[in-house]
Design a protein. Structure first.
Lengths: 111, 117
């Protein structure tokens, strides 16, 4: 069974700090990695995708991928209260390469 | 309309009812998905339609029946559901090419909150 593991949190950080969200996955042949943000009562919103080892930056968000360690992370710089949400890690897996989601990490940014 | 739309947004149905969920994508994508999201559980993939062909059915009970008449529309027909089927049902779409090694991003609709009484 292919799995994606995330710490459920809640992860609490003060406003302006860096929030670090982590994800590990079990399928060594996974090729695509995504971070989604889900506000309470809303649907997941894609915020980052990463396909190769290293860092990818987009505004205040940086995704980091280490395929050897089967580890992907999301850093949020200058965290704002509006970043408070559940962050879902998704990884391709299985014979069809469909997405496998983690349970999500709940982030709370305190003013 | 833009993005991925779903109707209805909320649905309450009895166990003997028959209802349908509708999804429409306005992104020009060729793959569509149904997911189920229950409390405390990860998103569960139910069905995948790629190039209008069903390519995945993750052992979903037959009381859920998908229909994909074209690449822009996706339905989920529901009948004789159980209370444990109460959940948020999400539709998503993506642009995929056959044989592509790295699947592309999926975009979600707002979901249908289903309650089975």
């Amino acid at each position: 069974q292919k799995e994606v593991e995330q710490n459920s949190g809640p992860l609490s950080v003060p406003e302006g700090a860096i929030a670090s969200l982590n994800c590990t996955y079990s399928d060594r042949v996974s090729q695509s990695f995504f971070w989604y943000r889900q506000y309470s009562g809303k649907s997941p919103e894609l915020i980052m995708s990463i396909y190769s080892n290293g860092d990818k930056e987009d505004g205040r968000f940086t995704a980091q991928l280490n395929k050897a360690s089967q580890y992907v992370s999301l850093l949020i710089r200058d965290s704002q209260p509006s970043d408070s949400a559940t962050y879902l890690c998704a990884v391709t897996g299985g014979s069809q390469g469909n997405l496998i989601f983690g349970k999500g990490t709940k982030l709370s940014v305190k003013p | 309309e833009t993005g991925v739309t779903q109707t209805p947004r909320h649905l309450v149905m009895g166990m003997t009812n028959k209802k349908s969920l509708k999804c429409e994508q306005h992104l020009g994508h060729n793959a569509m998905y149904w997911y189920k999201q229950s409390a405390k559980k990860p998103l569960e993939l139910m069905f995948v339609y790629n190039f209008k062909e069903q390519t995945e059915n993750n052992s979903v009970p037959s009381r859920f029946s998908p229909e994909c008449p074209n690449s822009s529309h996706l339905f989920l027909h529901l009948h004789t559901l159980q209370p444990e089927d109460s959940a948020l049902y999400l539709c998503a779409s993506s642009q995929d090419r056959r044989g592509r090694s790295a699947p592309s991003e999926q975009y979600f609709g707002p979901g249908t909150r289903l309650t089975v009484t």
